[in-house]
Design a protein. Structure first.
Lengths: 254, 254
């Protein structure tokens, strides 16, 4: 049984539309993903699915596979779908999901300390997934991973990578250090990355803010401070590129 | 002797303003860079400097160092500067430069085959500079490196990395192969990157289009086709991240 919604001012549409903003996501405990691929990945992920939204012209051709009977499906008019979509040319399928990410399980982790550019955060999640890391810790001042721009940049990795949101990243890293983790802080005044001692099987790679680098309390939790070599006249690398080079190098033996 | 320009409709302002678009840059053979750091790097680069533009409030505090006497310096009103600037909050200094890039010299090269996202092209230039590559070849369908968004993303590397614009990239790569270069094509159906044979001292790493990868004529010129390992469920990496991982790995022994 599919509910039909035609008015962009329908209360449900207004609620889903509010998920574009952080305030709305926090108020509803939900976020919204768009597009065939993202929606299919969402349906087979561990995230609770609260609603499936399909624009009228996509009802016949979009095949999400078998769905739980209790899942609310809504058919939206063009106008109603355009209201909830964050893209210029919406694909016409979307899913509303509960914000209940997968917890990281394992011992090869990434921590983001105030990485603020949404594109960087999304690209880093995608790269961590491809490199095979076990999970990511995000400090509270990172770009919100449930924002539409970040979700798009993850290319679906949001559904596959374990995520954790410690209230205080430095405290969390100190606790992991007590458990025997090496804490590898990426910073421009560190020692050469390629000369690092072997971090073993339990480590957290820390990537800092685009302008200011890793914060002092997090630096204090580090067991190694490392920098990639810079030749030429370049003073730094893009945060997502630096994270990618280091993650792939650290995972190489695995 | 500094020329004062107050009207945003002054013919010089209109000409410089047109440099935001490719058409204008080609018509004038010039491009424009903004900001203290970019302008200082431009002045000490090999690019011909055609004019230095300073907003009234910056005349006293901006110190570009010793300048050639023949260099035209212009003091611009707030309105006139805003007209030529591509940013929301301009720093108030800019330089107009001739499009006469440094040619690549050396034997460790990068080739971009239809990389179309301006942010990716700029970030890749910045990373190539930091990794210490000798130069970059760009196919004609790449994002224009003299566009304001690309220039910003390079963080000044545009002035330090050798650049070449072959009319036909595949022909150029075939010629390099004849000279003994290994042509390393990055593609998702390649063999594992970390198992590659040693490419020696003369090589070109090729990065393809974000959606379609390396074009068929360029693939045909390759001596090795390589892919980075993908774990998790990720199908691909961002082009700038993949380029960064491969460039740093290839340059590691150097």
């Amino acid at each position: 049984m599919m509910e039909h919604i035609t008015s962009p001012k329908n209360p449900k549409i207004l609620a889903w539309r509010s998920l574009k903003e952080r305030k709305g996501r926090l108020a509803h405990g939900s976020f919204l993903v768009e597009g065939d691929r993202m929606v299919k990945e969402a349906l087979s992920s561990g995230f609770p699915v609260r609603a499936l939204l399909i624009r009228g012209d996509r009802v016949r051709d979009f095949d999400p596979g078998p769905l739980p009977e209790s899942l609310p499906c809504c058919q939206l008019s063009d106008q109603a779908f355009a209201a909830v979509s964050d893209t210029k040319t919406p694909q016409g399928v979307a899913a509303v999901l509960g914000m209940q990410p997968i917890s990281p399980r394992g011992s090869r982790l990434l921590a983001l300390d105030c990485v603020q550019d949404p594109g960087n955060v999304g690209t880093i999640l995608r790269t961590a997934d491809a490199a095979g890391l076990d999970g990511i810790l995000l400090s509270p001042d990172c770009a919100d991973i449930f924002a539409p721009k970040v979700l798009r940049a993850t290319m679906g990795s949001i559904f596959r990578v374990g995520l954790s949101f410690p209230e205080n990243l430095a405290d969390q890293l100190n606790a992991l250090r007590e458990e025997g983790f090496e804490i590898l802080s990426s910073q421009l005044d560190g020692t050469p990355f390629y000369d690092r001692p072997d971090p073993g099987e339990k480590w957290v790679l820390v990537i800092g803010n685009e302008g200011n680098g890793v914060s002092l309390p997090v630096q204090a939790a580090a067991t190694q401070r490392l920098r990639l070599p810079m030749r030429g006249g370049a003073e730094s690398l893009n945060a997502a590129v630096a994270a990618g080079i280091m993650m792939y190098e650290l995972m190489k033996g695995n």
